[in-house]
Design a protein. Structure first.
Length: 296
């Protein structure tokens, strides 16, 4: 792995990591919430076998990337374009899951010439009131507060959760995911998954809880800066019907609004199934993506 960062015109730092084969085909990867540049696979075989240079980018307020209060999704879309410029990459296939999903779509809609194809695994989508209540308890409680604009109450909810996760990442996350389906419980029991999750989430939350609060507020906003109609590349959205973090019905509604998208539904699994099936997701994504082109 190698790391990179740059300073944006507003003075913010945005950071990323590069993993897999550092001279391989570039692929942009956006982690879930809360995630960081260290939210990587311990077993990088799916990346190495496909000869991929996987660029994993932090969002504002996570890890060493500067917080941006009141942000939506478009600000990070411009960060991603600047990173590609810095790395000399013209366009890439892009994928992400969970809270990374709207950032994938925002980037594809705002910078369509930089995205050759998109894939989303169990991604977040705008929720109806009844869908909020279908989620695990923490997500439901946090989303209710965010939808009421109760930022300070949301911070009070998430701050002790952050403390618990930093003290014991696996026990803290298992407590959050206590009512998640058995498929998620099985994935969380895998020592390799645990090692990767612990490193990524501890780095994400090291600077404080504010980045997490900002992201939950954005996820529960109106998504007005995600130009769905401008996402002209192909999109494949993978989702489990057992997902209690991001309900399938919301994903189905969002995919139906995209110009060129298809939804693949798994009848087994939960929210973390995309981690388990990343090789299949990548194979399908790479078939649709244009060959990589460097900036001259």
């Amino acid at each position: 792995m190698r790391e990179g960062s740059l300073v944006r015109p507003d003075g913010r730092t945005v950071a990323w990591s590069e993993s897999g084969l550092l001279d391989g085909r570039p692929v942009l990867r956006l982690p879930g919430t809360p995630g960081s540049r260290y939210s990587l696979r311990v077993d990088q075989a799916p990346w190495v076998e496909r000869r991929l240079r996987v660029i994993t980018v932090e969002r504002p307020g996570f890890g060493v990337s500067t917080r941006l209060p009141g942000r939506g999704f478009v600000e990070h879309a411009d960060d991603l374009a600047a990173i590609l410029d810095h790395l000399g990459i013209l366009d890439v296939p892009v994928y992400g899951g969970s809270g990374g999903a709207p950032h994938v779509l925002a980037f594809a809609g705002r910078h369509p010439d930089r995205v050759s194809a998109c894939a989303v695994g169990d991604g977040a989508a705008p929720l109806m009131d009844d869908e909020v209540d279908q989620q695990i308890d923490l997500n439901a409680a946090g989303d209710r507060l965010a939808r009421m604009g109760e930022g300070e109450a949301l911070r009070a909810l998430l701050d002790p959760v952050r403390t618990s996760i930093l003290a014991d990442p696996i026990a803290g996350f298992r407590e959050i995911m206590d009512t998640a389906p058995s498929a998620d419980q099985e994935i969380m029991a895998d020592p390799a998954w645990q090692a990767a999750f612990a490193r990524g989430v501890c780095e994400a939350l090291a600077p404080g809880v504010d980045g997490w609060v900002d992201e939950v507020l954005a996820l529960n906003g109106d998504w007005g800066d995600v130009d769905i109609a401008a996402v002209t590349c192909t999109v494949t959205w993978w989702h489990s019907d057992g997902d209690r973090n991001c309900p399938l019905s919301a994903a189905r509604r969002l995919v139906g609004r995209l110009p060129d998208a298809r939804l693949i539904v798994s009848t087994e699994g939960g929210h973390l199934v995309a981690d388990d099936g990343e090789g299949e997701l990548l194979d399908e994504l790479l078939v649709r993506a244009r060959p990589a082109v460097a900036v001259s």
